[in-house]
Design a protein around this ligand. Structure first.
Ligand SMILES: O=C(O)CCC(=O)C(=O)O
Ligand SMILES: [Fe+2]
Length: 287
């Protein structure tokens, strides 16, 4: 690991608590071990105060400035983000239609020098995250829009139950809601081999509260979870400000690009990488 690679992450990360400048050192190993324990226990782990406290205002303001660039279009979706007219048997969870009221700012609208872009592209941060997930390595998405996004949920809106396209998701609240806007998730409700439609249907029908956990998040905390396997949502935002979250999407395989349909849903546009590129997928799940 060269010094030049370790510097950018060290500038934004709270290195007093998270010694990213010493990959594989004792402090690094201690954090990775406790994060792995949390992930295997409940499928999700929060690293509090991951960003330097002195940068919290910049983190919030940089993201609030670009929030108006979010593609906002309230949409009717299902938890798998597949076409609503897909032929499916009665009782299938993909038949439940929900309103998706969140809006995404695409990566190509996020300033290169912002805290979140620096973190997303940092090799030492990527190595740290991979280690936390127990992977040899992970990769930025090749997708020019969805690798890094800002998720904006306006008052009165929610981000309904869904699975992510990417296998491992890392996120960071940058502006909390006054009220509501709670992150809720069902740890590992499905796997790459098993959809477990019965439990998914129970949660969507409001019969699965025993499968649902709530997470308490503060701005600058780093959240790691397996969004492809853990059904999750953000409840309706209340009060007068929007809730903002940076979403850092990585994959075990290089070259991952979202499908044309999903990309249009999320961003209202596609790029040549989506229409001409070779889409690489990691499994054969429904979405
Ligand atoms: O905003 C959040 O905390 C969660 C966002 C999310 O689930 C997603 O973007 O897929
Ligand atoms: Fe998600």
């Amino acid at each position: 690991m060269s010094v030049s690679e370790t510097v950018p992450a060290g500038q934004v990360v709270n290195t007093d608590r998270y010694p990213l400048s010493e990959p594989d050192g004792p402090g690094w190993r201690a954090v990775v071990d406790s994060t792995r324990a949390g992930l295997s226990d409940v499928g999700c782990c929060v690293l509090p105060e991951f960003i330097r406290p002195s940068l919290l205002t910049a983190l919030r303001e940089e993201c609030a400035r670009i929030a108006p660039l979010a593609h906002s279009e309230v949409e009717r979706v299902n938890a798998y983000n597949i076409a609503l007219d897909s032929p499916l048997p009665n009782g299938h969870p993909a038949r439940r239609v929900m309103e998706r009221g969140n809006a995404f700012v695409a990566r190509d609208h996020i300033p290169v020098a912002s805290v979140i872009q620096q973190l997303y592209a940092s090799p030492v941060f990527q190595r740290f995250v991979a280690d936390c997930f127990g992977l040899d390595e992970l990769h930025e998405l090749a997708d020019p829009l969805s690798g890094l996004t800002l998720n904006v949920i306006a008052p009165g809106r929610a981000h309904p139950w869904h699975f992510d396209t990417n296998e491992f998701t890392v996120s960071m609240l940058t502006q909390p809601a006054d009220d509501g806007g709670v992150f809720e998730y069902c740890p590992n409700i499905r796997s790459a081999d098993a959809e477990n439609f019965a439990d998914v249907e129970a949660v969507l029908a409001g019969r699965g509260d025993h499968l649902v956990r709530e997470l308490e998040l503060r701005p600058g905390d780093l959240q790691l979870f397996r969004g492809r396997f853990s059904l999750h949502r953000v409840s309706t935002v209340r009060g007068s400000v929007a809730r903002h979250t940076a979403i850092f999407a990585y994959s075990e395989r290089p070259g991952v690009i979202g499908s044309v349909e999903r990309t249009r849903q999320l961003f209202g546009r596609v790029t040549p990488a989506h229409t001409q590129g070779q889409t690489v997928r990691g499994d054969h799940l429904l979405d």
